[in-house]
Design a protein around this ligand. Structure first.
Ligand code: PLP
Length: 393
């Protein structure tokens, strides 16, 4: 019997992938399944980005690249950040990684250890907690509350800091609740964290370009007082419909960037070269496809919110960012995961139970509206019919 380290008894995963596998299996048996489970845009990667990768291969870019990514790409990331946020970033602090997720893996690995506290949003992206537990650190959940419009509360977060806190994870716009945390709250958080130079901050801004109704995305890069300990997580997956390309970028502070580079050298050497050229095309080429995609998500957001609110005993706060709705289903009497499973098996609608995003997710389900309007309407109809006809056991 092989004995692996204890972390493997604690590591979790993303149930969205299990739901995707089950939905695919049911569909392959001939069942009609509408997938509102997985968090990936249903659009194709824009053609000019695909062409740039093909050209890179034809031009002979088949080899290793620097571990942190090719310089023109890191320069393009710095320029893109400046265009969007007005913040100056040196290409030397930019690191290209195989997917945005890898930055959270690296940051949590860098700071997590037994006896250390790491704060993370709950409900939140499940890998935060999974990786914290893998390292043996204490996962300290920061509740993300519906009554706070699914923004995080700086006061609550600061009240959870202890002398053992080494890392704080924040995410806005947020998965799974669709919340966007306002500037006043972020100002307050930064003012509190400015007093604690021993705490690193991981800001997951992967949905930064997906906000609605004029809602402002506030990047933590805009706060010079924490730049020496801020790790920014972003990437191409959501913004450019590139989930399968595995392309992310991070901005690391001076005191950590070389550690991050060494982790990359030890694990994956570099991101595949043609994808890096595609990344340049995405950032420097026309942004029309991004705007069109966000406009379409906005229309679906309205559709899904109105449709969910029209289902008796379901209430859905209007999401402000990302492409998820997080309706409250507690008045139906169903437990979230049971409902999600019954909807998939019996009504052919794949979505994710709130508890897959943390203990504060009970009473909610996550509905990804990265699907066509016709499919969303059909799924809402099926949900309404199912809930009308079935009471929880
Ligand atoms: N961060 C959040 C909040 C996410 O929702 C996701 C993907 O769903 C990621 C990071 C990871 O993105 P990637 O697919 O680029 O690894």
């Amino acid at each position: 019997m092989l004995k692996t380290i204890g972390g493997f008894d604690r590591i979790g995963e993303e149930n969205a992938f299990a739901v995707l596998a089950r939905a695919t299996a049911l569909a392959s048996q001939g069942r009609d399944i509408i997938n509102l489970g997985i968090g990936q845009p249903d659009f194709s990667t824009p053609g000019h980005i695909v062409e740039a990768a093909i050209k890179a291969l034809r031009d002979g870019h088949h080899g290793y690249t620097p571990a942190t990514g090719i310089l023109p790409l890191r320069e393009a990331v710095a320029a893109d950040i400046h265009r969007r946020t007005g913040c100056d970033v040196s290409p030397d602090n930019v690191m290209i990684v195989p997917g945005g997720k890898v930055t959270m893996f690296m940051a949590i690995l860098m700071f997590g250890a037994p006896g250390v506290d790491i704060l993370y949003p709950d409900p939140g992206f499940p890998i935060y907690r999974s990786m914290i537990e893998f390292t043996g650190a204490n996962p300290i959940a920061v509740p993300i509350r519906e009554e706070n419009e699914f923004a995080f509360s700086a006061k609550e977060m600061l009240s959870l800091l202890t002398p053992d806190t080494r890392l704080v994870i924040v995410n806005s716009p947020a998965n799974p609740c669709g919340g966007v945390t306002p500037r006043t709250e972020i100002d307050m958080l930064v003012a509190g964290l400015a007093e604690r130079p021993d705490i690193a901050i991981l800001s997951d801004e992967i949905y930064g370009q997906m906000t609605y109704d004029g809602e402002e995305h506030v990047s933590l890069l805009g706060y010079p007082e924490i730049r020496d300990r801020l790790i920014l997580l972003d990437g191409w997956s959501k913004t450019y419909a590139m989930t399968g390309w595995r392309m992310g970028f991070a901005v690391w502070p001076d005191q950590l960037v070389d550690k991050a580079r060494k982790l990359a050298v030890n694990a994956w050497s570099c991101v595949n070269a043609p994808s890096q050229y595609a990344g340049i095309a995405a950032l420097t080429g026309p942004q029309d496809a991004v705007h069109e995609m966000v406009a379409e998500f906005d229309a679906r957001r309205k559709l899904v919110t109105a449709g969910l609110n029209a289902i008796p005993n379901v209430s859905c706060a209007t999401p402000k960012g990302a492409f998820y709705a997080f309706p409250n289903i507690s008045a139906t009497g169903w437990k979230s995961k049971k409902l999600a499973s019954a909807l998939l098996e019996e009504a052919g609608v794949a979505l994710i139970g709130g508890p897959d995003f943390g203990i504060f997710g009970e009473g909610y389900i996550r509905v990804s509206y990265a699907n066509s309007r016709a499919n969303i309407e059909a799924a809402l109809g099926r949900m309404k019919d199912f809930l009308g006809a079935n009471r929880p056991a």
